[in-house]
Ligand binder design. Structure first.
Ligand SMILES: [Zn+2]
Length: 244
């Protein structure tokens, strides 16, 4: 399915599903009809029909090949880049940005049978994402503080990591990523309070731009009792062993 460089041929032919409409256009039309946002950090899994992700992979491969051609890279003779278009397409759709295209991890919630009401901290959880400005990696850690009440649902510790992976697996802006994650955990567990701190290196600042290797971005979201109670907030912040 790989289009060779210099072949101006038939994007539409290759992506044709028999009706002449690229699969990305169909998915986009469904999203628009449902008035569902499809920003880079939105999940669109509900609008992708079975088998369409594979077609999308073919479509992105062709477009990626177009990018390589436009960058004047001889992918026909350079054995290193011969399959790069496909590899990059696969990396985006199936790996690093998979959190846009697949449904969220199933998380079993249990009632808080023990009536736990003490501050619980999960972390550090390593998170990997990419900035939606440059598609450069964003790699860091998060800590999650939960203040349960007797009605709070309890989820397994590893589930926090799964939820974080799903949210971070999209082109993100750190400030929005932590809010999305907080909303999701809030919805799943309904705690009295929720706190998230994220500290990450942004490779768009290390690899390009100011080329600062050491700068990190730290941000936090505080909800419920963490917002109201400065002592609890201090306790949480003092318990997370930041500084990597
Ligand atoms: Zn960036």
């Amino acid at each position: 399915m790989l289009m060779k460089s210099g072949t101006p041929m038939s994007n539409s032919e290759q992506l044709d599903d028999g009706e002449g409409t690229p699969v990305s256009v169909k998915i986009r039309e469904r999203l628009k009809a449902a008035r569902h946002r499809f920003h880079s950090n939105d999940n669109i899994a509900d609008f992708i029909e079975p088998g369409e992700l594979e077609k999308l992979l073919d479509e992105v491969t062709v477009k990626m090949q177009g990018v390589l051609d436009a960058m004047v890279i001889d992918t026909e003779n350079d054995h290193n880049t011969g399959d790069t278009a496909r590899r990059v397409a696969k990396m985006y759709l199936k790996e690093v940005f998979n959190g846009r295209y697949v449904k969220g991890p199933s998380v079993t919630e249990f009632p808080n049978a023990e009536h736990l009401n003490e501050l619980m901290i999960v972390g550090p959880i390593t998170v990997r994402s990419a900035c939606s400005h440059h598609f450069c990696p964003v790699i860091g850690k998060i800590w999650i503080g939960v203040m349960p009440n007797e009605h709070t649902n309890v989820i397994g510790l590893s589930k926090y990591a799964r939820l974080a992976e799903w949210i971070m697996g999209r082109p993100q802006i750190q400030e929005e990523a932590v809010v999305q994650l907080a909303d999701l955990i809030q919805e799943k567990t309904q705690p009295d309070g929720l706190a998230i701190v994220m500290e990450a290196s942004h490779y768009c600042m290390a690899w390009r731009g100011v080329k600062d290797m050491d700068s990190k971005m730290i941000n936090s979201v505080m909800r419920g009792v963490f917002l109201k109670d400065p002592n609890l907030r201090r306790e949480f912040l003092s318990l997370i062993p930041r500084k990597s």
